[in-house]
Design a protein around this ligand. Structure first.
Ligand code: PLP
Ligand code: SF4
Length: 403
């Protein structure tokens, strides 16, 4: 156990979800509300259940009906309690309740937008980059995000990996010494039982060439009560384990979410965030800045801001590339560097991620480079006379390093 730690600055006195909880789930006891399995059992999974809690717009009702064969609905009571029942553009609502546009597949949209199935040597493994792999552990989530680009998996039908598939995934990593980083994803790995999760983390920890593990999860956002002390201790035992979570709007950074993230960090598990840029949901520099600041206050580091993938049924949420660049330009220099995520485009068809940033170079010369700064003023950087950048000590270091 950890010694008690003081709360970090500015914790709100009363959970933001409390009002929503009281009006939507008045009968839930405190013990039930803090039990993640209760939330899983009481998740809203169809139109009839949803209509008990939210007065749907005609577009949403048709959206639920028309996407019923295409992608699941699932909203934890906790996440539902954050919803604005009066506004269809509420970010919680837009991320969890489908609209009709989601049922339309547009030209150019792909079932497998990142071309993962071409680089999937085992059921559990996507190996696209030289030194790291994605380990797909299961197909279930605490909330099914309307912007999910891995919906070919999360729509069901791939189920939790069998012991045999998991064994083969681990065997693949053992046979590939170039793999030094394993990113466990799905679905949401934190929906696995701790025993199951340990069956994955323990053998990975034993593989000498695996230097680090990342776990991609939306649990801190959608089911924060799942982050128990016992889960945090489990992760810490297999350090270095990084948790990569997925907040998209400051409305999601509630006291419960904060407690989940701070519990991880307090146990020595760093937490990073990958947000997805979505039109009319967070496609504004003010919102992304507020999100980044809210995350840093709870010790979560903004990592990527993703341009929406060309997944089927997501076009209505896509922003023009220029919007992301404009947002980064409005952050860089204007606020803490740690609050500026990398703007990433995962290239359709399997090209992998590239990052974009505004161009600050005005002129590139042999003797100097001319930049503009964040205020638009120009500055000259003189080039050095000598340009040999080889590092003579490196051959020594490579053969004689300690440890
Ligand atoms: C995003 C991704 C990774 C990790 O990329 P980083 O840039 O290292 O965060 C690894 N494998 C696949 C297939 C990915 O899509
Ligand atoms: S939590 Fe992740 S994998 Fe699951 S539905 Fe949301 S985006 Fe998709």
């Amino acid at each position: 156990m950890l010694p008690p730690v003081p709360p970090s600055k500015g914790a709100p006195a009363r959970p933001a979800s409390e009002a929503g909880r009281r009006s939507l789930f008045p009968d839930a006891t405190d013990a039930e509300w803090s039990d993640w399995r209760w939330h899983q059992r009481h998740a809203v999974r169809n139109l009839a259940q949803l209509e008990k809690y939210v007065l749907l717009t005609p577009d949403e009702r048709a959206g639920v009906q028309e996407t019923s064969e295409l992608f699941r609905i699932g909203i934890s009571p906790y996440y539902l309690s954050l919803i604005d029942r009066d506004h269809p553009f509420c970010p919680i609502r837009m991320q969890s309740i489908p609209v009709r546009a989601e049922a339309r597949i547009r030209p150019g949209e792909l079932a497998d937008p990142l071309g993962e199935d071409k680089t999937r040597p085992e059921e559990a493994i996507v190996h696209k980059y030289p030194d790291r792999v994605l380990f797909l552990a299961l197909d279930t989530c605490s909330v099914y995000c309307r912007h999910c680009t891995r919906r070919r998996i999360t729509k069901g039908g791939e189920a939790e990996l069998t012991k045999e598939q998991m064994r083969r995934g681990l065997e693949y990593i053992r046979r590939h010494p170039e793999v030094r980083d394993v990113l466990i994803s799905g679905g949401d790995p934190f929906l696995l039982s701790e025993e199951r999760l340990e069956e994955l983390l323990a053998p990975l920890h034993e593989i000498p060439h695996v230097e680090m593990v990342r776990i991609g999860t939306r649990v801190p956002v959608c089911l924060p009560m799942r982050v128990t002390d016992s889960l945090a201790r489990l992760l810490r035992r297999y350090a270095p384990v990084y948790v990569v979570t997925h907040f998209n709007h400051p409305k999601e950074v509630t006291p419960e979410a904060r407690e989940a993230c701070e519990r991880l960090v307090d146990h020595g598990v760093p937490v990073e965030n990958q947000a997805v840029l979505m039109r009319q949901l967070n496609s504004d520099a003010r919102i992304i800045r507020e999100l980044s600041h809210a995350l840093l206050r709870i010790r979560v580091r903004p990592y990527y801001l993703h341009q929406m993938d060309v997944a089927q049924g997501c076009e209505h949420l896509r922003t023009p590339i220029s919007k992301g660049m404009e947002i980064i330009q409005q952050l860089r220099g204007h606020t803490t560097g740690l609050a500026v995520p990398h703007l990433a485009v995962d290239l359709p068809g399997g090209g992998g991620k590239v990052t974009l940033q505004p161009d600050y170079v005005l002129e590139r010369g042999e003797h100097e480079t001319v930049f503009r700064n964040y205020k638009g003023e120009s500055y000259v950087y003189p080039e050095p006379e000598q340009t040999d950048c080889s590092c003579p000590y490196d051959s020594v270091w490579q053969t004689r390093r300690w440890g």
